[in-house]
Design a binder for this molecule. Structure first.
Ligand SMILES: Nc1ncnc2c1ncn2[C@@H]1O[C@H](COP(=O)(O)OP(=O)(O)OP(=O)(O)O)[C@@H](O)[C@H]1O
Length: 681
């Protein structure tokens, strides 16, 4: 039975082969009749709507500081050193990169610079994969998934609640099921949108609404609260941006009427930048002004922008709360529309209290929209807290993943766990050569593998929380414009990012939550395109694999990729050889960081001496939560989110006066903010 839906890939050439015909899968959610009318087979015909990343470019330039450490420089330096010492040792040798120097596996001529490394790859392509020891176990792998498919007890939080009749009744009573989208719109022209918006949509190449847009925009224009769900890459951003702009066109434009009327809260800064970019372009022919309120960018310029009362804020929760507490004239009192995008992720990250505080800072009469490709129980609670009789709009609810996605799984046996890096190198060198995003559970590992890839001449960058905002935006831009082939990322990049043409998503490790998996693989096969995900599956991940297979719709192809063991062990050897270099680079990087840190401290000290009076005369900033409280909240079960009714402009613990003495008593985050303020000055 497993053969019904698990196809074994025993050759890398199959990468380009078409997806297999639809196959039935057991145990899927049953479709709701009402979802069918939303046409999940929508044809996307346009390129990504945020190709022209001028805004991102500007942001990168704005936050750019001269003193950033470049890991590329350190790697290049290291390579030069290795090369020089190699030359000394091997007289007459003309090997030119670390790959050569490390090979030593009888392939004397492999990988002489990038051109010749192609030859190596070609040689490898000819390796008879049938000799793979892994292949002998295909049967075992396949039957494993079959057995899993049958006996599954789902372990993800967003699975089959709806089968529960009581729950259905409860939901029916809560949601507004009468205001369903009454007609399907085949064009934006029939949606009664104003001309400037139609013009902008046309300029962006968007002619027909996607199913979620066709369904959500008319309901949102009625001012109703909306809970919207559709697979990744299905156009949810425009589904809330279009009605926002349309409604704002009719706002009061009187002399003193300027006010912030819409707020979009998103989980990551990168996603905020992207939404800001989409919104700005969509409002290009209107006078609607957008403002970006995210951490990592200048507090001062944000405060100045907020004082001018922009119409729409795109914000991350932490920085928004910061402004609510500390930017004197900023309030959300005039808010008409609140959008919570990827709300489940924000709750996962321990932002429940922040979200509650934000919701409480908004007028009760507002319209609220909540969108995500995945909904969890905690979102249910947030919905109840922040939405009034919302209209549920779920497009093709039985589908959890995009249609064009082919999912591959590579089994990692317990004794081969250490070979994961080699496995990654192997499949990247042989098969997945461009537009690849690799997800890691830890920032450290993502960084280390980025160095390994750099040492092996693979164009690579990284995106995770250990980087400065400038580095994050730069890495994203480099990956977007194709100047690097690989992006080593953590889940920071798993939500919402719309990067044109990502061909492959590799999960170095299986995520621990199904939602996390769906969002990661959702970075490819977006907007009707095809894409591939490759996930390394260890013994401990079998349960999650079951859940993934169960949620794969019939026509999704799920395959087992076999990587020849002999080639993996060859890469394992290479990896062992570069490991030492990696440690040296990490050490150098650490030393440079310390040096820069010392320089910064010195500069700060000078600033403090020069501007002491001015700095101490400023009102102290107050913080929502300390780092410890935040961690506690992140680990907290969703059911215990405590509504914080703490009035606006007050610190969480009003009994404790805010500290004014330098950084004493401040959390790391708070300290960083204060330092940012000082830097701004
Ligand atoms: N009406 C449309 N017609 C064609 N393409 C569209 C349309 N609307 C959006 N798209 C394309 O779909 C892509 C994905 O859109 P978007 O990022 O809004 O998806 P999403 O559903 O929010 O994804 P995620 O769940 O990952 O956040 C965009 O790059 C855009 O080019």
């Amino acid at each position: 039975m497993s053969g019904d839906f698990i196809m074994t890939i025993d050759s890398d050439e199959e990468h380009d082969s078409p997806a297999p015909a639809p196959r039935p899968v057991k145990g899927r959610n049953t479709a709701k009749a009402e979802d069918a009318q939303l046409n999940p087979d929508f044809d996307f015909l346009v390129p990504s709507y945020n190709d022209a990343s001028e805004i991102v470019q500007n942001l990168v330039e704005k936050v750019s500081k001269a003193n950033q450490i470049s890991i590329d420089e350190i790697i290049a330096r290291r390579k030069l050193k290795t090369f020089a010492s190699k030359r000394k040792r091997v007289s007459g040798g003309n090997k030119s990169d670390i790959t050569d120097s490390e090979s030593g596996s009888g392939e004397g001529s492999d990988a002489k610079g990038s051109e010749e490394s192609d030859e190596e790859e070609e040689e490898e392509e000819e390796d008879p994969l049938a000799t793979s020891s892994e292949e002998d176990n295909d049967e075992e792998n396949n039957s494993e998934v079959e057995e899993d498919g049958e006996g599954d007890s789902s372990d993800d939080s967003n699975s089959t609640d709806e089968n529960d009749e009581g729950e259905n009744l409860r939901k029916a009573a809560y949601f507004d099921d009468e205001t369903r989208p009454s007609e399907t719109h085949a064009s934006f022209l029939t949606m009664n949108l104003s001309r400037p918006i139609i013009k902008a949509l046309t300029t962006m190449g968007l002619h027909k609404p996607t199913p979620i847009q066709a369904a959500a925009v008319p309901v949102a224009l009625l001012g109703k609260d909306v809970v919207g769900g559709a697979v990744t890459g299905s156009g949810k951003t425009a589904a809330f941006t279009i009605p926002i702009i349309e409604r704002l066109l009719y706002r009061d434009k009187g002399k003193n009427a300027a006010a912030t009327r819409c707020l979009v809260v998103v989980p990551t800064r990168e996603l905020a930048v992207q939404c800001f970019e989409v919104g700005t372009r969509m409002a290009g022919h209107t006078d609607v002004r957008f403002c970006l309120v995210v951490g990592g960018l200048s507090l001062k310029s944000q405060e100045a922008a907020l004082r001018s009362r922009p119409d729409v804020l795109i914000a991350t929760p932490g920085r928004l709360i910061d402004h609510l507490h500390n930017s004197p004239s900023f309030t959300l009192d005039a808010l008409d529309i609140l959008v919570l995008d990827e709300a489940d992720r924000m709750l996962e990250d321990g932002f429940a209290d922040e979200l509650t505080e934000i919701v409480k800072a908004c007028p009760v009469s507002r319209q609220t929209m909540l969108f995500s490709a995945t909904m969890t129980d905690s979102v249910d609670k947030l919905i109840r807290l922040s939405l009034t009789k919302p209209v549920r709009i779920f497009v093709d609810a039985k589908r959890s993943m995009a249609k064009g996605l082919v999912q591959e799984f590579v089994r990692v046996r317990p004794e081969k766990e250490k070979e994961r890096p080699a496995l990654l190198l192997c499949i990247c060198k042989r098969t997945f050569k461009t537009r690849v995003i690799v997800f890691f559970r830890s920032k450290k590992l993502a960084h280390q593998m980025r160095i390994v890839f750099g040492l092996l001449d693979m164009k690579c960058d990284e995106l995770h929380g250990d980087l400065s905002q400038e580095q994050r935006l730069k890495a994203l831009q480099a990956f977007r414009d194709g100047s690097v082939d690989y992006l080593m990322a953590t889940d920071l990049a798993s939500r919402g990012l719309d990067i044109k043409g990502i061909e492959t998503v590799i999960n170095f490790d299986m995520p621990s939550q199904l939602a996390q998996y769906l969002h990661r693989v959702g970075r490819t096969a977006r907007a009707g395109k095809t894409g591939r995900s490759v996930t390394f599956v260890g013994e401990a991940d079998r349960k999650m694999l079951r859940a993934v297979v169960k949620h794969s719709a019939g026509e999704d192809s799920v395959r087992h990729r076999v990587v020849p063991a002999d080639v993996v062990s060859k890469w394992a050897q290479k990896f062992e050889q570069v490991k030492e270099e990696v440690s040296v680079i990490l050490k150098e990087e650490k030393e440079e960081k310390q040096l820069r840190q010392a320089e910064m401290e010195l500069k700060k000290g000078q600033n403090m001496i020069e501007h002491e009076k001015e700095i101490y005369s400023r009102p102290a900033r107050t913080w929502f939560q300390t780092g410890q409280e935040k961690n506690k909240a992140a680990g907290r079960t969703p059911g215990r989110h405590k509504a914080n009714s703490g009035g606006k402009q007050k610190p969480k613990d009003a009994a404790q006066p805010p500290k004014r003495d330098k950084y004493a008593g401040l959390s790391r985050k708070a300290k960083r903010r204060k330092m940012a303020m000082e830097e701004d000055s």
